[in-house]
Ligand binder design. Structure first.
Ligand code: HEM
Length: 419
């Protein structure tokens, strides 16, 4: 459903974009912001005493994502109060802060390079490609379970379980624990500082998750297996400069980043194709177009709306706008991916468009580590779905489809389809 545009005003924009009110269709609001400027001031309680800016256009987004010297993901590196982080998992504040504190997405060079290099040793393109038969088998199994019913909730039955099964398998998480991981992971997703719901129940879930991750490490240390967690534990044992906290943060980030995002690519992507029957027909007629379609779906309606917050390391100018040291920059990936100066007819879905560059996976040193995995999962999911269910169609009126936004990830709550 298209959202009506709220009245203009940066308060409403900030609220609409970050609270989930515009999760179904943030694009008219993003277009309005782009027309206001490349940098739009937002009244957000992120950095006390500092202005928050939303970056709306590709060129500036890429500049900020690539310029580590002037934009940091770690506010303490420029002497700012650590607004995101608690010091201990037992702290009264949000323990998810602790869990992410040492993750590679939260640190600059040289720590970032060290952490990313370590995990990249395990996360090689060859390893990802070797997962193809496993992922295919998982996709087929999920569809086997619903095939005879003639209908399913594509989110619950397919888009959600597939990536969580894959990442759990990679990390050596037992199948029986996966439903629990989902509950914890959803609690983790609600952590946007100053905006997220930090209710007692969520905090309890996050503490339980932290305890679980610790226990997983203990088990893999005692009984190493053929999985990523065991490899990471052994790298640490081999003196590869991975602290216990970093190990925990790494596992947390992989579980978290590895499941909500790709699920939502599959869910939103399917709905987007159903919304564009001409494009769906084109794809069904030639499934070799699926990898290109995945890229266009990521550009057109990607699940991650914003990158992690960046902080200016000194006074500088960006898009003609003076920025003060400590100002917060939120990079609207979904807006940059519809930038009229970069794409012809950006609001059209065109699965065969010659796509120069999109930033659905970010850019620069923090560019998504899991992009090759997400692309492979997307390719297998859409190919299998369209091959096995050529008559796929919505099983409810379009207007009752509901959306949600957790932190900066958009997704569908359910997608009832028949086939
Ligand atoms: C469609 C699916 C996905 C999308 C759209 C996505 C998007 C992103 C984006 C935009 C970033 C950069 C954030 C920034 O610079 O602020 C990122 C980073 C990251 N992603 Fe993904 N992601 C996806 C799937 C995955 C998967 C499957 C995994 C892992 C299994 C993963 C792991 C990571 C990690 C570890 C980082 C941090 C990298 C670093 O800091 O160097 N992501 N992702």
């Amino acid at each position: 459903m298209e959202n009506r545009l709220p009245r203009t005003g940066s308060d409403e924009m900030a609220f609409g974009l970050l609270s989930g009110a515009l999760a179904a269709n943030p694009f008219p609001m993003l277009a309005q912001m782009r027309s206001q400027g490349a940098l739009v001031p937002l009244p957000l309680p992120i950095g006390a005493g500092h202005q928050t800016w939303m970056i709306t256009r590709m060129e500036d987004a890429v500049r900020v994502l690539k310029d580590q010297a002037h934009f940091t993901v770690n506010p303490t590196s420029i002497g700012m109060e650590d607004i995101f982080m608690a010091n201990s998992v037992d702290a009264l504040s949000d323990p998810s802060d602790f869990l992410f504190r040492d993750a590679m997405i939260s640190v600059d060079e040289p720590d970032h390079r060290r952490l990313r290099r370590l995990v990249s040793q395990a996360f090689t393109p060859r390893y990802i490609e070797s997962l193809r038969p496993t992922i295919q088998h998982m996709a087929d199994e999920l569809l086997d379970a619903v095939q005879d019913q003639g209908q399913m909730d594509l989110v619950q039955d397919f888009a959600y379980p597939l990536p969580i099964n894959v990442i759990s398998e990679m990390l050596g998480v037992p199948h029986a624990d996966q439903p629990q991981l989902r509950v914890w992971s959803e609690a983790l997703a609600r952590r946007m500082p100053g905006l997220g719901r930090r209710d007692e129940q969520s905090l309890a879930h996050i503490r339980a998750f932290a305890a679980y991750a610790r226990q997983l490490v203990v088990e893999k240390r005692q009984h190493p297996a053929n999985d990523l967690t065991s490899q990471l534990v052994q790298m640490k044992e081999a003196g590869d400069h991975l602290s216990e906290d970093e190990l925990l943060s790494m596992i947390t980030l992989l579980i978290f980043a590895g499941h909500e995002t790709t699920s939502n690519l599959i869910g939103i992507g399917t709905l987007t194709l159903l919304d564009h029957p001409d494009q769906l027909a084109k794809l069904q007629a030639d499934l070799s177009l699926v990898p290109a379609a995945v890229e266009e779906l990521l550009r057109f309606n990607g699940p991650v709306t914003m990158g992690a917050a960046r902080f200016a390391t000194e006074d500088l100018e960006l898009a003609g706008q003076p920025i003060n040291k400590g100002d917060v920059l939120l990079i609207a990936l979904s807006s940059a991916n519809r930038d009229e100066t970069q794409f012809t007819q950006p609001d059209e879905l065109d699965i065969v468009r010659t796509l120069g560059r999109h930033i659905a996976f970010g850019q620069g040193i923090h560019i998504c580590l899991g992009a090759p995995l997400a692309r492979l999962e997307g390719e297998i999911a859409f190919t299998t779905l369209l091959k096995r269910m050529p008559a796929l169609h919505l099983n409810v009126p379009r207007e009752i489809i509901t959306w949600r936004l957790s932190s900066n990830v958009r997704g569908l709550t359910a997608l009832p389809v028949a086939f």
